[in-house]
Structures are given as C-alpha cells and as structure tokens.
Design a protein around this ligand. Structure first.
Ligand SMILES: C[S@@+](CC[C@H](N)C(=O)[O-])C[C@H]1O[C@@H](n2cnc3c(N)ncnc32)[C@H](O)[C@@H]1O
Length: 304
C-alpha cells in the first residue's frame, strides 16, 4: 500500500454549512452495526457541497455503491475531474499556485481577480472541454477568496472578493489523490436531491444536508447557486424523505434549529413530527458579524 492509499481524504473545498464540526456528535446517531454487518450497502448524499460526512464515512466503512448529488454543476465537475483526470488537474492547479506565490502582495490580489474573470468567462461559455481548467480555477478561487464562499450574482458570475490569506494551501496534492481514492465507488450526479429516489432501496443509507433555513433575513445561507432553498423546497424534501422511508431506506437529515432565533418556532419539529429528532451543539462558522458567532443547535432527524 502506498502512502497515498493510507491518507484519509478530507474535504478539498471550504464550504458554507460544512459538517466537519458535527461529525463526532453525529457518530452516535449512525446505524454503525448495520454498516458493519453489510446490511447497508449503498450510501447516498444528495446535498454534497464539501462532503465532510461522506469523506468521514468513506474512511470508516466500506460501501459497495456511493451516490453523490450536487445541483451546482461546477462543484460536481470538480469531484468528477478529481476522480477521472487528477494528473492534469494537479498540474494546472500546481501552476496556479506557483504563479500566485511568485507575485508580491498587492499583485496577488490582481492575479486573483484576473483568474476570477477567466473562471467566469469559462463557466458562462457554451464551449465544451474546459472541465479541467474550470475545476483548477474553482479550487484556486475557493482557497484564495473571502471565507471560501461560493456566491454568484444574477448573471451567474462568481463574485466573491479576494481573501487576503497569508499562506493558503492551494494545491494539496496528497489530499486530492486521497479524494480520488475515496471516490472510486462513487457516482457523482449533477442534479436535484430527488434523483436519489431512482436508486435508493432498503439496503441504502441516505444523509440529507440541505441549505439552511436562514436564521434571520440578513443571514441568508441559501444562495449557493442562483436558486434558493425556500420553505416549499423543505416541504418537497420532506416528501422525498417519506418516499425513502416507505422504500425501507435508512434516512438522516440535518438542519439549523429555528429555535436558535425563536424558541417558539417548531418548523422542523412539526414537519418531521413522525420521526426521531435530536439536537446537536454547533458553532456557526460563517457570519459577517463576528460578535454573532456562537453556540447554536442543529437538529438531526432520523427514521430509525
Ligand atoms: C449545506 S450544503 C452541504 C454541505 C456539506 N454537507 C458539507 O459538509 O460541506 C448544501 C449543498 O446542497 C446543494 N444544493 C442546493 N439545492 C440543491 C438541490 N435542489 N439538489 C441538490 N443539491 C442542492 C448546494 O449547492 C450545497 O452545496
């Protein structure tokens, strides 16, 4: 076994709503015995993002089939490029890293904006065959932009400003190779979460981590793509949750607890009243107002 095989893959994107901090508490809520006994063969993550839970589970358990869904086509392209064209990707990203560090401070910012312009031109163009370059640019921008945010304007242009990091780890080659290994049984699907109904069965475990219901009107975390995740989307998701339950799949879902803002807000308690609900402790990681970072609760819903 090579050193690369032994490395545990970690999320390669900084991602709003990343679940890394909750994994130790979530472990207690997983059907680990069923994973180990082989009763659960398939893993589904229909809101992939940075994939913190997927990477952790893939390092602990062997699933025969893994299905990962993401509506943002550029994020899905990154995962596919790592899986299928890693050598070319690492070479392009390594070159971007070298160019970035060869500039003195103010020029780095200029370099960032010129690569952002190149990325926007590529994602808005209809020309094919730019998949590796787009993935390399997205990884570069994710590591050098403000807070690792992914935000687009109404024209679909990525518009996050420069991040002023001293020493960003732009091309973490060993982790990218470990990610490729973790993706070996994975199908990466660019599409809506409801597509999981196509393959999920009674040997499947599904983990939903949808965009948050905003804690307040100003703190919207729902604009990962142009489409936001409204309450009617939360209801559509509940219908998919029910349909999976009927198929005999094991299903787990997390979301921010609306009681963090209004103790009387029973939105998820009501929506998922027939299922098991527990509350986990979380720290909100991304907030423009640092004084508002603090401990909040995250809800976890299960059908088992
Ligand atoms: C809260 S984030 C997931 C974070 C992830 N669990 C992590 O650890 O980084 C939600 C993700 O769902 C994606 N998404 C939003 N609407 C979707 C939809 N209808 N179907 C599939 N994915 C969607 C967003 O682009 C975003 O990447």
């Amino acid at each position: 076994m090579s050193i690369i095989d032994k490395l545990q893959a970690k999320p390669f994107l900084k991602w709003a709503g990343g679940k890394g901090q909750l994994i130790s508490q979530m472990q207690e809520c997983l059907p680990k015995d069923l994973f180990c006994s082989g009763r659960i063969k398939n893993y589904f993550e229909p809101f992939l993002g940075g994939g913190a839970v997927f990477f952790w589970l893939a390092s602990e358990f062997d699933f025969e089939n893994i299905y990962l869904y993401e509506i943002n086509s550029e994020v899905a392209n990154c995962y596919r490029t790592i899986k299928n064209r890693i050598n070319k990707l690492v070479s392009e990203l390594g070159e971007l890293e070298r160019e970035y560090f060869s500039q003195i401070d103010e020029k780095r910012e200029k370099f960032y904006y010129s690569r952002r312009a190149e990325y926007n031109e590529l994602i808005l163009s209809t020309a094919p065959n730019n998949t590796v370059r787009k993935a390399a640019l997205l990884l570069f921008l994710n590591k050098t932009c403000f807070n690792g945010l992914y935000r687009v304007n109404s024209k679909g242009e990525f518009n996050v400003p420069f991040g002023r990091y001293k020493n960003p780890n732009i091309c973490n080659e060993s982790n990218l190779f470990a990610v490729k290994e973790a993706l070996k049984n994975a199908e990466i699907i660019n599409g809506d979460f409801s597509k999981c109904l196509q393959y999920a069965d009674s040997q499947s475990f599904v983990y939903f981590d949808p965009p948050y219901r905003p804690l307040s009107q100003t703190a919207s975390f729902t604009s990962y793509c142009q489409d936001s995740f409204s309450d009617s989307e939360q209801v559509r998701l509940k219908e998919v949750f029910d349909a999976l339950d009927k198929k005999g799949a094991l299903v787990m879902l997390s979301n921010s607890d609306p009681k963090n803002i209004d103790p009387k807000d029973n939105y998820f308690d009501d929506l998922y009243r027939e299922y098991e609900i527990v509350r986990l402790k979380a720290t909100r990681m991304i907030n423009c107002n640092a004084s508002k970072r603090g401990e909040i609760k995250e809800i976890l819903v299960r059908n088992y």
